[in-house]
Ligand binder design. Structure first.
Ligand code: DOR
Length: 464
């Protein structure tokens, strides 16, 4: 039988792979879904020959001159809404949006209907994703049954079914004894607990950050303390249990300081921050439309905070206190957002704007590109124990690759989103920096219209 191999040669790009300290202009060769090699453009080494030798090699050439080639982004936190909320998003639409955003692996949160609280629910996600998904989907399992905070799930069964972490997401476990037990199980299973840190008795019916803005607008506030109390509790429990704790969407200066001190003391904690908490402040709640005082698309939980908080988050990211950037992609229907601010759902549709808004931090000199890419690739991979496999261009790793143009300017138009969730506070914003192509497990899952796959050639192999 004729053996055929498909190669993809990405030529002349600026290859940045923070996992290996690679920063060079060169070619990247992919064969049969795996990274084969990163090579210097100057070295005209022959194409690698896989074993067993194919009779024919088909090579696609992608001209990446002037573009950055890096590992595919890994998102630790997104909401794909399926099953149960297919009007907001599906695995098909959500992962298409992820691909457009440069994400090749996404961890989906457990707040679906039914929630991901049984091995059967996790299996269902995996099967549906294997049929519908553009990128790899890694499920996060619930800590408690129905996310009610009353009784632990079968955490061992969930781990065997393949969850990468445990979380009750927006309904964090309030009972500290139950959380302690959850951490003990997760430690023994070798998986992290991801906590959305919120003391609901403090956040109550809050809508935006508690402070000057909430007072000025007459809106109910969510104090920083609602987050920080839970961060502190979880850090103490992580110390007690020696479990791996991951803090979801840290949003306050106080949280950064608590995590910093915990890390200094050797507590096993990692943390993520969202693109919106790094680039927007509480003032963004004011609408651009004079008929509408508030923009419901800027209503998110945790809320957008102050300039001081944003500065502390960026500093934390640079210092390594915050390990990763995660989107918290939270798509909602138009109906969920086209209403009074008090009634609007919390959440931002984040996949398709993540890189664009984050690149502003690079252009403003607040963070360098390599560090930004590390927070989107190898660092999140580490959090879920997948270093060397995800977020890397290492030889033999699955070919998950993102190609971006750091200079391309574009204007956000949510009507063009692949996500069903058009709920973005960035609509109409001009960004510089755009994802041009995304390759997930060797397959081109997204290419910008302007990118040309230059040619496809067939090489006959002789094995004499
Ligand atoms: O704004 C948010 N939306 N924060 C969360 O924690 C949950 C999310 C959602 O599911 O919509």
């Amino acid at each position: 039988m004729n053996r055929e191999a498909i190669f993809l040669l990405i030529r002349g790009g600026h290859i940045i792979d923070p996992s290996q300290g690679i920063d060079q202009v060169g070619d990247l060769l992919v064969a049969e879904g795996k990274i084969v090699q990163v090579r210097d453009t100057a070295i005209q080494s022959p194409l690698f020959s896989p074993t067993p030798h194919p009779d024919e090699i088909k090579t696609q050439h992608l001209d990446a001159r002037g573009l950055v080639v890096c590992p595919g982004f890994v998102d630790l936190h997104c909401h794909l809404r399926e099953p149960g909320f297919e009007d907001k998003e599906t695995i098909a639409t959500g992962t298409k949006a992820a691909a457009i955003g440069g994400f090749t692996t996404v961890c989906c949160m457990a707040n679906t209907k039914p929630p991901l609280d049984t091995p059967a629910a996790v299996d269902w996600i995996k099967q549906k994703a294997s049929r519908d998904s553009s990128v790899a989907v890694l499920p996060i399992g619930c800590i408690t049954k129905e996310r009610k905070g009353e009784e632990l799930t079968d955490m061992t069964g969930l781990a065997e079914a393949g969850v990468v972490a445990f979380s009750d997401d927006g309904d964090p476990v309030a009972n500290s004894q139950l959380m302690r037990h959850a951490m003990e199980y997760s430690r023994d299973l070798g998986l992290p607990v991801i906590d959305h840190c919120e003391d609901k008795t403090l956040s109550d019916i809050g809508i935006i950050n508690e402070g000057q803005m909430s007072a000025k607008c007459g809106l109910q506030g969510i104090p920083a303390a609602a987050e920080e109390i839970m961060v502190a509790r979880d850090l103490i429990l992580a110390k007690l249990t020696k479990a791996r704790l991951h803090i979801a969407h840290a949003s306050t200066k106080g949280s950064v300081e608590l995590i910093r001190r915990a890390k200094e003391k050797g507590i096993s904690v990692t943390a993520e921050v969202t693109p919106h908490h790094l680039t927007l402040t509480e003032e963004r709640i004011i609408g651009k439309d004079s008929n509408e005082p508030f923009d419901t698309n800027a209503k998110v939980n945790p809320p957008l905070r102050t300039k001081e908080d944003v500065q502390a988050l960026i500093k934390g990211l640079k210092d390594g206190v915050i390990d990763a950037i995660a989107t918290d992609h939270a798509p909602h229907t138009l109906g969920d957002k086209n209403c009074r601010l008090e009634l609007a759902a919390f959440g931002i549709s984040g996949f398709e704007t993540a890189l664009g808004c984050l690149m502003a931090l690079v252009q403003e000199g607040k963070i360098d590109l390599t560090m930004l890419l590390s927070k989107l690739t190898c660092e999140p991979a580490k959090v879920i124990g997948r270093s060397g496999e995800l977020g890397t261009l290492k030889t033999g790793a699955p070919a998950n690759i993102t190609i971006l143009d750091p200079d391309q300017e574009w204007i956000v138009d949510s009507r063009n989103f692949a996500s069903k969730g058009k709920n973005t506070p960035y609509d109409g914003y001009k960004f510089k920096g755009k994802v041009m192509a995304t390759i997930a497990q060797g397959k081109l899952v997204y290419t910008d219209d302007s990118l040309v796959i230059t040619r496809s050639e067939v090489t006959k192999q002789s094995h004499g």
